[in-house]
Design a protein around this ligand. Structure first.
Ligand code: 9PG
Length: 532
Protein backbone atom coordinates (compact mmCIF):
# COMPACT_ATOMS: atom_id res chain seq x y z
CA UNK A 1 0.00 0.00 0.00
CA UNK A 2 0.98 3.63 -0.37
CA UNK A 3 0.41 6.72 1.68
CA UNK A 4 1.74 10.27 1.87
CA UNK A 5 3.44 12.11 4.69
CA UNK A 6 3.57 15.88 4.88
CA UNK A 7 6.72 17.46 6.21
CA UNK A 8 6.67 21.27 6.04
CA UNK A 9 5.93 22.04 2.41
CA UNK A 10 7.10 18.66 1.23
CA UNK A 11 5.07 15.56 0.53
CA UNK A 12 6.77 12.17 0.89
CA UNK A 13 5.34 8.94 -0.50
CA UNK A 14 5.62 5.87 1.71
CA UNK A 15 5.15 2.39 0.37
CA UNK A 16 5.05 -0.92 2.28
CA UNK A 17 2.86 -4.00 2.82
CA UNK A 18 1.24 -2.28 5.76
CA UNK A 19 1.41 1.33 7.01
CA UNK A 20 0.31 2.65 10.40
CA UNK A 21 0.11 6.32 11.28
CA UNK A 22 0.85 7.04 14.93
CA UNK A 23 0.95 10.31 16.86
CA UNK A 24 4.46 11.42 16.06
CA UNK A 25 5.70 8.70 13.76
CA UNK A 26 4.81 6.11 11.18
CA UNK A 27 5.32 2.37 11.18
CA UNK A 28 5.84 0.41 8.01
CA UNK A 29 5.75 -3.35 7.68
CA UNK A 30 7.42 -5.25 4.87
CA UNK A 31 10.52 -6.97 3.52
CA UNK A 32 10.88 -4.04 1.16
CA UNK A 33 9.72 -0.51 1.99
CA UNK A 34 10.38 2.86 0.37
CA UNK A 35 10.11 6.54 1.19
CA UNK A 36 9.90 8.74 -1.90
CA UNK A 37 11.48 12.18 -1.46
CA UNK A 38 10.70 15.39 -3.34
CA UNK A 39 14.40 15.92 -4.22
CA UNK A 40 17.78 14.38 -3.36
CA UNK A 41 18.60 15.17 0.28
CA UNK A 42 21.49 17.33 1.41
CA UNK A 43 23.11 14.62 3.47
CA UNK A 44 22.67 10.96 4.23
CA UNK A 45 23.63 9.15 7.43
CA UNK A 46 25.45 5.92 6.64
CA UNK A 47 25.38 3.56 9.51
CA UNK A 48 28.04 0.90 8.97
CA UNK A 49 27.50 -2.73 9.86
CA UNK A 50 30.09 -3.44 12.56
CA UNK A 51 32.17 -1.54 15.13
CA UNK A 52 34.89 -0.54 12.66
CA UNK A 53 32.64 0.31 9.68
CA UNK A 54 31.97 3.96 8.88
CA UNK A 55 29.09 5.76 10.55
CA UNK A 56 28.85 9.37 9.37
CA UNK A 57 26.79 11.98 7.63
CA UNK A 58 28.09 12.23 4.08
CA UNK A 59 26.72 13.80 0.93
CA UNK A 60 24.48 11.57 -1.12
CA UNK A 61 26.86 10.66 -3.94
CA UNK A 62 28.30 7.14 -3.84
CA UNK A 63 31.65 6.91 -2.03
CA UNK A 64 34.52 5.18 -3.83
CA UNK A 65 34.86 1.53 -2.83
CA UNK A 66 37.31 1.39 0.04
CA UNK A 67 40.52 -0.56 -0.43
CA UNK A 68 42.38 -2.87 -0.03
CA UNK A 69 40.00 -5.58 -1.16
CA UNK A 70 41.60 -8.26 1.01
CA UNK A 71 40.54 -6.38 4.16
CA UNK A 72 36.95 -5.63 3.15
CA UNK A 73 35.40 -8.48 5.15
CA UNK A 74 37.02 -6.98 8.26
CA UNK A 75 35.86 -3.44 7.68
CA UNK A 76 32.45 -3.30 6.00
CA UNK A 77 29.53 -5.55 5.27
CA UNK A 78 31.19 -7.38 2.35
CA UNK A 79 27.82 -8.16 0.76
CA UNK A 80 27.21 -4.48 -0.06
CA UNK A 81 30.72 -3.29 -0.69
CA UNK A 82 29.90 -2.57 -4.35
CA UNK A 83 26.44 -1.18 -3.67
CA UNK A 84 25.82 1.85 -5.87
CA UNK A 85 23.81 4.05 -3.53
CA UNK A 86 24.99 5.18 -0.09
CA UNK A 87 24.12 2.26 2.14
CA UNK A 88 23.89 1.43 5.80
CA UNK A 89 22.82 -1.38 8.08
CA UNK A 90 19.39 -1.38 9.81
CA UNK A 91 18.99 2.36 9.75
CA UNK A 92 19.50 5.36 7.50
CA UNK A 93 18.58 9.01 7.76
CA UNK A 94 18.43 12.03 5.52
CA UNK A 95 18.81 15.67 6.39
CA UNK A 96 16.44 18.42 5.29
CA UNK A 97 17.35 22.05 4.58
CA UNK A 98 16.19 23.08 8.05
CA UNK A 99 18.63 20.65 9.70
CA UNK A 100 15.88 18.25 10.80
CA UNK A 101 16.15 14.61 9.82
CA UNK A 102 13.98 11.77 8.62
CA UNK A 103 14.94 8.35 9.90
CA UNK A 104 14.08 4.98 8.39
CA UNK A 105 15.07 2.33 10.89
CA UNK A 106 14.29 -1.38 11.06
CA UNK A 107 12.96 -2.93 14.23
CA UNK A 108 14.62 -6.21 13.36
CA UNK A 109 17.83 -7.82 12.14
CA UNK A 110 19.06 -8.66 8.63
CA UNK A 111 17.97 -5.25 7.37
CA UNK A 112 19.51 -2.45 5.33
CA UNK A 113 18.74 1.07 4.17
CA UNK A 114 19.99 2.66 0.98
CA UNK A 115 19.51 6.03 -0.67
CA UNK A 116 18.72 5.60 -4.33
CA UNK A 117 18.41 9.09 -5.84
CA UNK A 118 15.16 10.39 -4.39
CA UNK A 119 14.15 7.09 -2.82
CA UNK A 120 15.05 5.84 0.60
CA UNK A 121 14.79 2.05 0.44
CA UNK A 122 14.70 -0.38 3.31
CA UNK A 123 14.94 -4.11 2.80
CA UNK A 124 15.33 -7.30 4.70
CA UNK A 125 17.52 -10.23 3.72
CA UNK A 126 15.09 -12.46 5.60
CA UNK A 127 11.43 -12.02 6.46
CA UNK A 128 9.15 -9.02 6.61
CA UNK A 129 9.90 -6.64 9.52
CA UNK A 130 8.50 -3.50 11.11
CA UNK A 131 10.15 -0.13 10.39
CA UNK A 132 10.10 3.21 12.14
CA UNK A 133 9.74 6.38 10.06
CA UNK A 134 10.18 9.52 12.13
CA UNK A 135 10.97 13.16 11.44
CA UNK A 136 12.43 15.82 13.76
CA UNK A 137 15.57 16.78 15.68
CA UNK A 138 18.36 14.25 15.19
CA UNK A 139 18.92 13.52 18.89
CA UNK A 140 15.21 13.09 19.68
CA UNK A 141 14.59 10.85 16.68
CA UNK A 142 17.54 8.58 17.44
CA UNK A 143 16.49 8.45 21.11
CA UNK A 144 13.09 7.18 19.97
CA UNK A 145 14.67 4.56 17.71
CA UNK A 146 16.97 3.42 20.54
CA UNK A 147 14.01 3.13 22.89
CA UNK A 148 12.14 0.85 20.49
CA UNK A 149 15.27 -1.27 19.98
CA UNK A 150 15.65 -1.57 23.74
CA UNK A 151 12.15 -3.07 23.95
CA UNK A 152 13.15 -5.67 21.35
CA UNK A 153 16.73 -6.58 22.26
CA UNK A 154 16.86 -5.58 25.90
CA UNK A 155 19.15 -3.16 27.66
CA UNK A 156 22.21 -4.25 29.55
CA UNK A 157 23.61 -1.76 31.97
CA UNK A 158 26.58 -2.20 34.23
CA UNK A 159 27.15 1.34 35.32
CA UNK A 160 29.58 2.92 35.73
CA UNK A 161 31.78 1.19 33.18
CA UNK A 162 35.09 -0.06 34.58
CA UNK A 163 38.23 1.99 33.95
CA UNK A 164 40.59 -0.06 31.88
CA UNK A 165 44.27 -0.31 31.16
CA UNK A 166 44.63 -2.28 27.91
CA UNK A 167 47.92 -3.59 26.54
CA UNK A 168 47.19 -3.10 22.83
CA UNK A 169 47.96 0.50 21.91
CA UNK A 170 51.48 0.55 23.28
CA UNK A 171 52.86 -2.97 23.10
CA UNK A 172 50.64 -4.52 20.44
CA UNK A 173 51.50 -8.22 20.12
CA UNK A 174 54.90 -7.72 21.79
CA UNK A 175 53.51 -8.51 25.29
CA UNK A 176 55.21 -11.02 27.57
CA UNK A 177 55.14 -11.98 31.25
CA UNK A 178 58.03 -9.83 32.57
CA UNK A 179 57.10 -6.74 30.54
CA UNK A 180 53.47 -6.84 31.67
CA UNK A 181 54.64 -7.41 35.24
CA UNK A 182 56.75 -4.24 35.13
CA UNK A 183 53.82 -2.29 33.72
CA UNK A 184 51.37 -3.54 36.35
CA UNK A 185 53.86 -2.44 39.02
CA UNK A 186 54.38 0.89 37.28
CA UNK A 187 50.64 1.63 37.24
CA UNK A 188 50.88 1.85 41.02
CA UNK A 189 47.79 3.34 42.61
CA UNK A 190 46.27 4.82 39.44
CA UNK A 191 42.53 4.15 39.77
CA UNK A 192 42.04 1.46 37.11
CA UNK A 193 39.42 -1.23 37.69
CA UNK A 194 40.60 -3.66 35.01
CA UNK A 195 43.98 -4.55 33.56
CA UNK A 196 43.23 -6.11 30.20
CA UNK A 197 45.71 -8.28 28.34
CA UNK A 198 45.18 -7.90 24.60
CA UNK A 199 46.34 -9.84 21.54
CA UNK A 200 49.71 -11.59 21.86
CA UNK A 201 49.24 -14.13 24.69
CA UNK A 202 47.78 -16.95 22.60
CA UNK A 203 49.47 -19.78 20.70
CA UNK A 204 47.52 -18.88 17.58
CA UNK A 205 44.22 -17.34 16.43
CA UNK A 206 42.05 -20.39 17.05
CA UNK A 207 44.36 -22.01 19.61
CA UNK A 208 43.57 -20.14 22.83
CA UNK A 209 46.32 -21.37 25.11
CA UNK A 210 49.21 -19.42 26.63
CA UNK A 211 52.19 -19.19 24.28
CA UNK A 212 55.88 -19.44 25.20
CA UNK A 213 56.01 -15.78 26.30
CA UNK A 214 53.69 -16.70 29.19
CA UNK A 215 55.42 -19.73 30.70
CA UNK A 216 53.55 -19.47 34.03
CA UNK A 217 50.24 -19.81 32.19
CA UNK A 218 47.02 -17.84 32.09
CA UNK A 219 45.82 -18.58 35.60
CA UNK A 220 49.04 -17.14 36.99
CA UNK A 221 48.65 -14.07 34.78
CA UNK A 222 45.10 -13.45 36.05
CA UNK A 223 46.31 -13.92 39.62
CA UNK A 224 49.15 -11.49 39.08
CA UNK A 225 46.61 -8.88 37.95
CA UNK A 226 44.22 -9.60 40.79
CA UNK A 227 47.03 -9.25 43.29
CA UNK A 228 47.07 -5.53 42.37
CA UNK A 229 43.45 -5.29 43.57
CA UNK A 230 41.93 -5.12 40.11
CA UNK A 231 39.94 -7.35 37.79
CA UNK A 232 41.71 -9.30 35.09
CA UNK A 233 40.68 -8.73 31.47
CA UNK A 234 41.50 -10.80 28.41
CA UNK A 235 41.20 -10.38 24.63
CA UNK A 236 40.15 -13.24 22.38
CA UNK A 237 38.83 -13.54 18.83
CA UNK A 238 36.78 -16.72 19.18
CA UNK A 239 34.81 -16.54 15.92
CA UNK A 240 37.83 -16.57 13.59
CA UNK A 241 40.79 -18.86 13.05
CA UNK A 242 43.92 -18.59 10.96
CA UNK A 243 44.56 -21.26 8.36
CA UNK A 244 47.57 -22.68 10.24
CA UNK A 245 45.73 -23.07 13.57
CA UNK A 246 45.14 -26.49 15.06
CA UNK A 247 41.48 -25.56 15.38
CA UNK A 248 41.03 -24.93 11.67
CA UNK A 249 43.10 -27.94 10.64
CA UNK A 250 41.25 -30.35 12.92
CA UNK A 251 37.72 -29.02 12.30
CA UNK A 252 37.46 -27.57 8.80
CA UNK A 253 33.76 -28.50 8.85
CA UNK A 254 33.13 -25.89 11.58
CA UNK A 255 33.89 -23.02 9.20
CA UNK A 256 31.70 -21.09 6.77
CA UNK A 257 31.86 -21.99 3.09
CA UNK A 258 30.32 -20.56 -0.06
CA UNK A 259 28.06 -22.45 -2.48
CA UNK A 260 31.07 -23.84 -4.33
CA UNK A 261 32.46 -25.27 -1.10
CA UNK A 262 35.30 -22.74 -0.77
CA UNK A 263 36.01 -21.27 2.64
CA UNK A 264 34.56 -17.77 3.12
CA UNK A 265 37.23 -15.13 3.69
CA UNK A 266 37.00 -13.33 7.02
CA UNK A 267 39.91 -11.08 5.96
CA UNK A 268 43.68 -11.26 6.44
CA UNK A 269 45.72 -10.53 9.57
CA UNK A 270 48.57 -12.03 11.59
CA UNK A 271 50.18 -12.87 8.23
CA UNK A 272 47.44 -15.28 7.23
CA UNK A 273 43.97 -15.60 5.74
CA UNK A 274 41.19 -15.68 8.34
CA UNK A 275 38.21 -18.01 8.32
CA UNK A 276 34.84 -17.69 10.04
CA UNK A 277 33.41 -20.11 12.58
CA UNK A 278 29.90 -21.40 11.87
CA UNK A 279 27.95 -20.36 14.96
CA UNK A 280 25.12 -22.77 14.11
CA UNK A 281 27.32 -25.87 14.24
CA UNK A 282 26.58 -27.73 17.51
CA UNK A 283 30.17 -28.92 18.01
CA UNK A 284 31.54 -25.42 17.32
CA UNK A 285 29.05 -23.99 19.84
CA UNK A 286 30.14 -26.54 22.45
CA UNK A 287 33.74 -25.55 21.80
CA UNK A 288 32.87 -21.83 22.22
CA UNK A 289 31.06 -22.48 25.49
CA UNK A 290 33.95 -24.57 26.83
CA UNK A 291 36.41 -21.83 25.84
CA UNK A 292 34.44 -19.17 27.74
CA UNK A 293 34.28 -21.40 30.82
CA UNK A 294 38.00 -22.03 30.57
CA UNK A 295 38.80 -18.32 30.44
CA UNK A 296 36.57 -17.66 33.45
CA UNK A 297 38.21 -20.56 35.31
CA UNK A 298 41.63 -18.97 34.67
CA UNK A 299 40.27 -15.97 36.55
CA UNK A 300 39.42 -13.41 33.87
CA UNK A 301 36.23 -11.46 34.58
CA UNK A 302 36.42 -8.91 31.77
CA UNK A 303 36.30 -10.38 28.27
CA UNK A 304 37.00 -8.39 25.12
CA UNK A 305 35.78 -10.63 22.31
CA UNK A 306 36.99 -9.31 19.01
CA UNK A 307 36.63 -9.88 15.24
CA UNK A 308 33.08 -10.98 15.97
CA UNK A 309 31.74 -9.86 12.56
CA UNK A 310 32.93 -13.27 11.29
CA UNK A 311 29.87 -14.87 12.90
CA UNK A 312 27.60 -12.77 10.68
CA UNK A 313 29.31 -13.18 7.32
CA UNK A 314 27.26 -14.68 4.51
CA UNK A 315 27.84 -18.36 3.80
CA UNK A 316 26.48 -21.87 4.01
CA UNK A 317 25.73 -22.83 7.59
CA UNK A 318 25.14 -26.13 9.35
CA UNK A 319 21.67 -24.84 10.25
CA UNK A 320 20.22 -22.67 7.51
CA UNK A 321 19.30 -19.39 9.18
CA UNK A 322 19.77 -15.69 8.47
CA UNK A 323 23.34 -14.56 9.12
CA UNK A 324 22.68 -12.07 11.92
CA UNK A 325 20.43 -14.53 13.72
CA UNK A 326 23.32 -17.02 13.45
CA UNK A 327 25.72 -14.44 14.89
CA UNK A 328 23.38 -13.69 17.77
CA UNK A 329 23.07 -17.38 18.50
CA UNK A 330 26.86 -17.64 18.87
CA UNK A 331 27.03 -14.58 21.10
CA UNK A 332 24.21 -15.87 23.28
CA UNK A 333 25.95 -19.21 23.79
CA UNK A 334 29.15 -17.42 24.81
CA UNK A 335 27.29 -15.03 27.14
CA UNK A 336 25.53 -17.92 28.87
CA UNK A 337 28.79 -19.83 29.26
CA UNK A 338 30.76 -16.88 30.67
CA UNK A 339 27.93 -15.99 33.05
CA UNK A 340 26.03 -12.75 33.66
CA UNK A 341 28.60 -11.54 36.17
CA UNK A 342 31.40 -11.34 33.59
CA UNK A 343 31.89 -7.99 31.86
CA UNK A 344 31.48 -8.68 28.16
CA UNK A 345 32.85 -6.21 25.58
CA UNK A 346 32.11 -6.97 21.93
CA UNK A 347 34.49 -5.55 19.30
CA UNK A 348 34.54 -5.68 15.50
CA UNK A 349 30.94 -6.63 16.14
CA UNK A 350 27.73 -6.16 14.12
CA UNK A 351 25.91 -3.46 16.09
CA UNK A 352 22.22 -4.37 16.45
CA UNK A 353 22.73 -8.13 16.77
CA UNK A 354 25.02 -7.55 19.77
CA UNK A 355 22.50 -5.53 21.78
CA UNK A 356 21.13 -7.00 24.97
CA UNK A 357 23.80 -9.71 25.14
CA UNK A 358 26.95 -7.71 25.88
CA UNK A 359 27.76 -5.04 28.45
CA UNK A 360 29.81 -2.83 26.16
CA UNK A 361 30.26 -2.46 22.44
CA UNK A 362 33.16 -0.88 20.55
CA UNK A 363 31.44 1.75 18.45
CA UNK A 364 34.26 2.86 16.16
CA UNK A 365 37.46 1.71 14.50
CA UNK A 366 40.73 1.56 16.45
CA UNK A 367 42.40 4.75 17.49
CA UNK A 368 46.10 5.06 16.71
CA UNK A 369 48.98 7.28 17.68
CA UNK A 370 48.35 9.33 14.57
CA UNK A 371 45.42 11.53 13.64
CA UNK A 372 44.97 10.38 10.07
CA UNK A 373 47.06 8.30 7.71
CA UNK A 374 47.59 9.82 4.26
CA UNK A 375 47.86 6.35 2.75
CA UNK A 376 44.59 5.10 4.23
CA UNK A 377 42.51 8.26 4.06
CA UNK A 378 43.63 9.86 0.83
CA UNK A 379 45.05 7.09 -1.35
CA UNK A 380 42.81 4.23 -0.24
CA UNK A 381 39.77 6.31 0.73
CA UNK A 382 39.36 4.05 3.71
CA UNK A 383 37.65 5.65 6.76
CA UNK A 384 37.65 2.40 8.77
CA UNK A 385 41.36 1.86 9.41
CA UNK A 386 43.01 2.61 12.78
CA UNK A 387 43.42 6.35 13.35
CA UNK A 388 42.23 8.91 15.89
CA UNK A 389 40.10 10.89 13.44
CA UNK A 390 38.33 7.81 12.06
CA UNK A 391 37.62 6.65 15.60
CA UNK A 392 36.18 9.99 16.73
CA UNK A 393 34.03 10.39 13.60
CA UNK A 394 32.34 7.02 13.76
CA UNK A 395 32.04 6.93 17.56
CA UNK A 396 30.26 10.27 17.57
CA UNK A 397 27.63 8.91 15.18
CA UNK A 398 27.01 5.92 17.41
CA UNK A 399 26.39 7.78 20.67
CA UNK A 400 22.66 7.24 20.21
CA UNK A 401 23.32 3.65 21.37
CA UNK A 402 24.25 4.84 24.87
CA UNK A 403 20.87 4.05 26.47
CA UNK A 404 21.23 0.44 25.25
CA UNK A 405 24.83 -0.53 25.89
CA UNK A 406 28.08 0.95 27.20
CA UNK A 407 29.73 2.61 24.20
CA UNK A 408 33.48 2.01 24.01
CA UNK A 409 35.27 4.72 21.99
CA UNK A 410 38.64 2.93 22.33
CA UNK A 411 41.57 4.27 24.32
CA UNK A 412 42.74 7.82 25.01
CA UNK A 413 46.39 8.87 25.06
CA UNK A 414 48.10 10.86 27.81
CA UNK A 415 51.81 10.43 27.09
CA UNK A 416 53.53 12.66 24.55
CA UNK A 417 55.94 9.83 23.86
CA UNK A 418 55.11 7.10 21.37
CA UNK A 419 52.51 8.97 19.30
CA UNK A 420 52.28 11.96 16.99
CA UNK A 421 48.97 13.37 18.29
CA UNK A 422 48.90 17.06 19.16
CA UNK A 423 47.81 18.05 22.71
CA UNK A 424 44.41 19.11 21.23
CA UNK A 425 43.96 15.77 19.48
CA UNK A 426 44.83 13.86 22.64
CA UNK A 427 42.38 16.03 24.56
CA UNK A 428 39.68 15.23 22.01
CA UNK A 429 40.10 11.49 22.57
CA UNK A 430 40.00 12.04 26.34
CA UNK A 431 36.85 14.15 26.01
CA UNK A 432 35.24 11.54 23.79
CA UNK A 433 35.87 8.97 26.53
CA UNK A 434 34.18 11.28 29.06
CA UNK A 435 31.22 11.75 26.70
CA UNK A 436 30.97 7.97 26.26
CA UNK A 437 31.53 7.45 30.01
CA UNK A 438 33.94 4.68 29.07
CA UNK A 439 37.54 5.34 29.98
CA UNK A 440 40.56 3.33 28.88
CA UNK A 441 44.20 3.89 28.04
CA UNK A 442 47.21 1.87 26.94
CA UNK A 443 49.86 4.38 27.96
CA UNK A 444 52.98 2.81 29.46
CA UNK A 445 53.57 4.13 32.97
CA UNK A 446 57.28 4.30 32.08
CA UNK A 447 56.44 6.83 29.39
CA UNK A 448 54.34 9.20 31.47
CA UNK A 449 55.88 12.36 32.85
CA UNK A 450 54.70 13.33 36.33
CA UNK A 451 52.36 15.86 34.83
CA UNK A 452 50.90 13.35 32.36
CA UNK A 453 50.44 10.82 35.12
CA UNK A 454 48.48 13.34 37.18
CA UNK A 455 46.35 14.27 34.19
CA UNK A 456 45.57 10.56 33.68
CA UNK A 457 44.69 10.30 37.39
CA UNK A 458 42.32 13.29 37.10
CA UNK A 459 40.70 11.78 34.02
CA UNK A 460 40.10 8.47 35.79
CA UNK A 461 38.66 10.28 38.80
CA UNK A 462 36.57 12.69 36.77
CA UNK A 463 32.89 11.96 36.11
CA UNK A 464 31.28 15.00 34.56
CA UNK A 465 27.73 14.23 33.42
CA UNK A 466 27.98 14.79 29.68
CA UNK A 467 25.16 16.71 28.03
CA UNK A 468 24.78 17.10 24.28
CA UNK A 469 24.21 20.72 23.33
CA UNK A 470 24.67 20.57 19.56
CA UNK A 471 25.34 18.07 16.83
CA UNK A 472 29.03 17.80 17.71
CA UNK A 473 29.09 19.87 20.92
CA UNK A 474 28.87 18.64 24.48
CA UNK A 475 28.89 20.14 27.93
CA UNK A 476 31.36 18.36 30.22
CA UNK A 477 31.00 19.98 33.62
CA UNK A 478 32.09 23.58 33.14
CA UNK A 479 33.68 22.90 29.74
CA UNK A 480 32.14 22.90 26.27
CA UNK A 481 33.80 20.52 23.85
CA UNK A 482 33.35 20.24 20.10
CA UNK A 483 34.27 17.29 17.90
CA UNK A 484 33.56 19.08 14.61
CA UNK A 485 37.17 18.94 13.40
CA UNK A 486 37.01 15.13 13.20
CA UNK A 487 33.83 14.95 11.15
CA UNK A 488 35.03 15.68 7.60
CA UNK A 489 35.61 12.90 5.11
CA UNK A 490 38.69 12.89 2.89
CA UNK A 491 38.28 14.02 -0.72
CA UNK A 492 37.66 11.11 -3.09
CA UNK A 493 40.93 10.46 -4.95
CA UNK A 494 41.28 11.98 -8.44
CA UNK A 495 43.96 12.06 -11.15
CA UNK A 496 47.40 11.12 -9.95
CA UNK A 497 46.16 10.42 -6.40
CA UNK A 498 43.69 7.98 -7.83
CA UNK A 499 46.44 6.13 -9.73
CA UNK A 500 48.65 6.06 -6.66
CA UNK A 501 45.62 4.81 -4.76
CA UNK A 502 45.02 1.98 -7.21
CA UNK A 503 48.62 0.83 -6.84
CA UNK A 504 48.54 1.14 -3.03
CA UNK A 505 45.23 -0.75 -2.98
CA UNK A 506 46.71 -3.57 -5.04
CA UNK A 507 49.81 -3.75 -2.85
CA UNK A 508 47.60 -3.78 0.26
CA UNK A 509 45.79 -6.84 -1.07
CA UNK A 510 49.05 -8.83 -1.41
CA UNK A 511 49.68 -11.00 1.62
CA UNK A 512 53.47 -10.63 1.29
CA UNK A 513 53.24 -6.83 1.48
CA UNK A 514 51.11 -6.98 4.63
CA UNK A 515 53.56 -9.49 6.11
CA UNK A 516 56.54 -7.29 5.34
CA UNK A 517 54.89 -4.28 7.00
CA UNK A 518 53.99 -6.46 9.94
CA UNK A 519 57.60 -7.71 10.33
CA UNK A 520 58.98 -4.16 10.27
CA UNK A 521 56.45 -3.16 12.95
CA UNK A 522 57.38 -6.15 15.11
CA UNK A 523 61.06 -5.32 14.91
CA UNK A 524 60.46 -1.73 16.05
CA UNK A 525 58.32 -2.97 18.95
CA UNK A 526 60.93 -5.43 20.16
CA UNK A 527 63.50 -2.63 20.15
CA UNK A 528 61.19 -0.34 22.10
CA UNK A 529 60.42 -3.07 24.64
CA UNK A 530 64.09 -3.44 25.55
CA UNK A 531 64.05 0.10 26.89
CA UNK A 532 61.21 -0.51 29.34
C1 9PG B 1 44.22 -6.88 18.37
C2 9PG B 1 43.41 -5.66 18.00
C3 9PG B 1 42.95 -4.85 19.23
C4 9PG B 1 41.99 -3.75 18.79
C5 9PG B 1 40.85 -4.35 18.01
C6 9PG B 1 41.37 -5.12 16.80
O1 9PG B 1 43.46 -5.34 10.00
N1 9PG B 1 42.45 -4.76 10.48
O2 9PG B 1 41.56 -4.26 9.75
C7 9PG B 1 42.33 -4.66 11.89
C8 9PG B 1 41.30 -3.91 12.43
C9 9PG B 1 41.21 -3.80 13.81
C10 9PG B 1 42.12 -4.41 14.61
C11 9PG B 1 43.14 -5.17 14.09
C12 9PG B 1 43.25 -5.31 12.71
O3 9PG B 1 42.03 -4.21 15.97
O4 9PG B 1 39.93 -3.38 17.59
O5 9PG B 1 41.49 -3.05 19.92
O6 9PG B 1 42.31 -5.69 20.16
O7 9PG B 1 42.29 -6.12 17.24
O8 9PG B 1 44.65 -7.56 17.24
Amino acid sequence: METTLEIGNDILTLSADEIRKMDHEMRLVGAHVTVGLPRPPRRYLRHGWQSWSLAAWTDSTPLPTQRPRLLQPMQTDPVYVHDEGPHGSWVGAIEFEDGKILLLGALGLETHVRLNGTRLEGWSEAESVEWLVAYGEESAIFARYADLLGDIFGRVEKKPAPRIWCSWYSLYTAIDEPTLGRIFDGLGDLPFDVLQVDDGWQVSIGDWEANAKFPAGMKALAERIKSTGRQAGLWLAPLIAVKSSKLFRSHPDWFLKDDQGRFISAGFNWGEPLFALDTTHPAALDWLAALMKQVRAWGFDYLKLDFLYAGGLPGKRHVDMPREAAYRNGIRVMREAMGADAFFLTCGAPILPSLGLCDALRVGPDVAGEWESHRDAVLLYNPTTPGAKNAVRTTLHRLWLKPLVQTDPDVAYFAARGNSLSPEQKRMLQDLALVCEFRATSDLPQWLTNEERESLRDFLGDQPEPRQIGRTQFQLGPRTVDFASAMSMPEPPRGLTSMQGALTGWLGSQGWVLNLLNKLGQRALEKMKKEL
